[in-house]
Design a protein around this ligand. Structure first.
Ligand SMILES: [Zn+2]
Length: 179
């Protein structure tokens, strides 16, 4: 929360990074952010933020978040120009969003409704992209192997304890009169 004249708060709603921008000065990082990742596909998540501004919400995309790559948003009235953005589509196509809000899809100029339908088809929700990205077969295999190896010493220990207990029981039986 800066009190400086002309300072504008710029935020990444995705990872909660917060910066203060001053005209002609370097951005001041108020909150690092970067830990939170979108639960939907990052390309769709970025488009959702851009679509908010295109629908007339009081925000403007002014850059890419240094921590997570999602759009950085400033209030629409702030003295910071909007920036163009490019959404990658499966198959190598792109949806370009101009700084003026113009939408250019693979087949040319599009309306916001058409662009939304395109993005929703390309990146449907309901899949946990976060989990898919985090699932690494070789890591699962390694963890399984380590757990299996750790069972070895445990079994050896249990075997030793049972052998000793049989031995001492037999010894006690000999010393203090057997059955
Ligand atoms: Zn971010």
């Amino acid at each position: 929360m800066s009190e400086r004249e002309g300072a504008v708060e710029v935020a990444c709603p995705s990872c909660h990074r917060l910066e203060t921008w001053v005209v002609g000065g370097a951005p001041e990082i108020c909150t690092e952010g970067g830990l939170r990742r979108p639960e939907i596909h990052p390309q769709r998540a970025a488009f959702e933020q851009i679509a908010r501004s295109l629908r007339g919400e009081h925000i403007r995309v002014v850059g890419a978040c240094a921590a997570c790559g999602q759009p950085l948003l400033a209030p629409r009235g702030a003295p910071i120009p909007g920036v163009p953005w490019q959404i990658s589509l499966p198959g190598g196509d792109t949806l370009a969003i101009g700084a003026d809000g113009g939408l250019i899809g693979p087949g040319g100029s599009m309306t916001l409704g058409e662009a939304e339908a395109l993005i929703h088809r390309a990146y449907p929700t309901g899949l946990s992209w976060e989990r898919l990205r985090g699932w690494r077969p070789h890591v699962a295999l390694f963890q399984g192997a380590v757990l299996t190896l750790m069972l070895g010493p445990l079994l050896a220990f249990l075997f030793g304890v049972s052998v000793l207990s049989i031995f001492f029981r037999a010894l006690a039986g000999q010393l203090f009169g057997g059955p």
